[in-house]
Design a protein around this ligand. Sequence first.
Ligand SMILES: [Zn+2]
Length: 293
Amino acid sequence: MRILCFDIGGTFIKYGLCDENFNLLEKDKIPTLAENGGQSIIERVIEIIEQYDSIDRVAVSTAGQVDSENGIVVYSTDNIPYYTGMRVKSLIENKTGIPTFVENDVNSAALGEAHFGAAKGVSDFICLTLGTGIGGAIFLNNKLYKGSASSAGELGHMIIHSGGKQCTCGGEGCYECYASASALIKAVNKVSPVELNAFQIFEKENIEKPEIRSEIDKWIDEIIVGLVNIIYIFNPSMIVLGGGIMNEDYIIELIDRKIYTRLMDNFKNVKIVRPKLGNDAGMIGAAYEASKL
Ligand SMILES: [Zn+2]
């Protein structure tokens, strides 16, 4: 079976061909040109599909909340304008005749990790991705939990500080305002004399400065607050904590040292791990579901 996979983000549309063993071959990417709107994105995806021969399935992992039964983007922020309501599955199927599966990108990555990665064989786990915001996916009883309107898992918008910082969602005090990678970068650059990016923050010369180290440790405490809430709600046996910033060992080591002291004994079976599939998790997870169509 040949599955053509897409990962539609705010900056790039990545794509690749998946073989029957779910290995991704011939990977490539084009700019999303999100400002041209959702319709234009799907038209360009269809153009790419038409360049390939004998494709059996199309798998789409995309930004936005997705009704995956019907392959419709039910909500998207203005990162991709005019994407809300886009009937991605039927647009692609009507034009190409190829059965298509569509799912939200964090959910797709969770599916990838569940079937081939860090959470292989784990029945109850949560994925959190720390980036510009915080993405979440909830995997319970061996399947994704989608909620009543296909939108469950917005863990970045749990409110952890009443009356706190203004969030892009319109709320205040959301988890991602305090615990995302962007939140750390903002906090550190308030105390650093030179502008630092996420990678530079963890370089020896910077992390050893007490004022920077203190911001990092405060940020990790915020991450832990959210994790403890999530663990008490879902009692998962694993949390897969991803995002580029998680490559820094310091973060996961400190979380691991601190979190168990904050949990009731019967929740301490939870393991905090990093993802295994990296940036391809979403495409591989969506491909796995597409193969079952
Ligand atoms: Zn929010």
